[in-house]
Design a binder for this molecule. Structure first.
Ligand SMILES: [Cu+2]
Length: 120
């Protein structure tokens, strides 16, 4: 009986081990961004485009901008033109910004990142 239990436990451990990489892969990882990190872009019309390695929730994901004055504002997301991308249009004065994104993937996990950029 004791041996049976430990066999069962090791099977559970093995199953978790096999599942782990799949769960990790389902996270939304940022593949590319506009603006790119540390880029300087021309304002005031700035298109923000974030591309991920998997589907993201276009309603519950978020894009924030940390403004040159230190305040943080939420950017309205455009309707998704691709299931793995988030897009927004911002009107920005010259200065240093940090784009803060948080993406909800289909596995229910949220990933986050920061992209500093400059508007000239
Ligand atoms: Cu995940």
């Amino acid at each position: 009986m004791k041996k049976r239990l430990s066999y069962g436990m090791s099977m559970v451990a093995l199953a978790l081990l096999l599942m782990a990489p799949r769960l990790a892969l389902a996270h939304a990882v940022l593949v590319s961004s506009t603006p790119e990190a540390h880029a300087t872009v021309r304002g005031p019309e700035v298109t923000i485009h974030l591309k991920f390695n998997s589907r993201v929730d276009g309603v519950r994901s978020r894009i924030f901008l940390k403004l040159p004055n230190g305040q943080t504002q939420t950017e309205a997301l455009d309707p998704q033109d691709a299931p793995d991308a988030l897009r927004s249009h911002a009107k920005l004065q010259a200065g240093s910004y940090i784009l803060l994104w948080q993406a909800l993937s289909t596995d229910g996990h949220t990933t986050r990142g920061e992209i500093p950029f400059t508007v000239q």
